[in-house]
Write a protein that binds this ligand. Sequence first.
Ligand code: HEC
Length: 346
Amino acid sequence: MRKSSPYRPVSLFLFVTSLAGVSHAKTDFKVDILPLIESRCLKCHKGPHEENGKMQKPKGDIRLDGAWAFLKGNKETVPVVPKDVTKSGIIQVTTLPKDDDKFMPPEGKGDPLTPDEINKLKTWIIEGADFGGWEGNLDGKPAEAVAPAAKVPLKDREHDLLYQKLAEGLQPPTEETLKKIASGGAQIAALQVGSPLLHVDFLAGVTKCNDESLAALTPLKDNIVHLDLARTEITDAAAKSIVLMPRLTRLDLRKTKITDKGLGQLATAKNLVYLNLFGTEITDAGLASLAQIKTLRNVFLSDTKVTDAGVAKLKASLPKAEIVGNVVITAPAPKPEEMKKGKKAK
Ligand code: HEC
C-alpha cells in the first residue's frame, strides 16, 4: 500500500488556490482527463467495432468514447454523475480494493490509476464534469440523450437551492485551519470554486482513516457537507465527530464497522439527504433512529441485517425517501450461471 500522505498537499493546494481567489484553472477534460481514459480504459470501453475480423462490444456495456456515453452507462452503473463522486462509476471501480472483481483496469490488464490521477477525475466531477465541447463518438447515442428529460433541471434546482442555503453566511476555513489537519490523510476539496462547502474523503488511503482521523476534522465541522468514509476503519466512536457537522448532506458509511449504536447518535442530523450503509451490520433497531431524520431522500441498506418489515416501516416514516433494502430472492432460485455472473471479467 502506498502512503497517502504525499498526496495530501495536492488536494490542499487545489483548495487553497481556489480560496485565495487566484484564478483557478478548471480541469480541462481534453488535457487532464481524456488521456487517462484513452490510455487506461478505452481499449475495453468503446463502441462496437471490428478487431482482427471480429466484432468487439464494449465490456460491461460501458462506453467511455463519447460524452453522452459517460453520462449514460449500463443498467446499474453510470460512469459519471456530475458533482457526485460517490455515484460516479469511474470513481467507484478505480477505488475498489485491487482484488475486487470490479476493480478497473482489471488485474493484469493495465496500470491502476494513481491517487493523483483519481484526484484529477474527482475534481473534474465535483466541478460539474464539463467536457469542454468534446463530444467523442456519437454512434449509438440514444435520441433521448439529445434532449434530457425535463425532470433533471428540477432536481438540479432543488439541489442548488439547498447548497446555496447551506453556504449562506459561512466562511471558508482559513489556511491555518487547513494546515492543522493536513496530516490526517483526508482529501479535502471545495464543492465549487470559491464555495465554503467541503467534500471530504479518504480514498487515497481508506485503511488509514479511523475514529481519530474523524475527530481531527472537527475544525472543519461547519463546512463539511459531503463525507465519504466508505471502507474506512471507523467505528461507532466516529459518530460523535460526525454529529458535530451541522451541514452534512451526504454520508457514506459503506462497509464500515458502524452499528445501530452509532446510528442512534446520528438521529439529530439536520440536513442529511443521502446515507449509504451498504455492507454494514445494522439492524432494524438502527432504522428506528433513521426514521427521525426527515431530510433523508436516499438510503442504501443492501447487504445489512435489516428485515423487509423494518425497511417497510422506515419507508412509512420517510415517504419521500428512496430506500434500497436487501435484495429479496424470490422463487425460482437463481440459475448457477447467473450467480457466477460478475465474477468473470473476460
Ligand atoms: C482489459 C479490459 C478493461 C479495461 C482496460 C478496463 N475495463 Fe472496465 N470493464 C471491463 C469488464 C470486462 C467489465 C465488466 C465487469 C463485470 O461486469 O464484472 C468492465 C466494467 C466496467 C464498469 C462497470 C462496472 C459495473 O458495476 O457495471 C465501469 C464503470 C468500468 N469498467 C470502468 C473502467 C474504467 C474507468 C477503466 C479505466 C481506468 C476501465 N474500466 C478499464 C474491462 C476493462
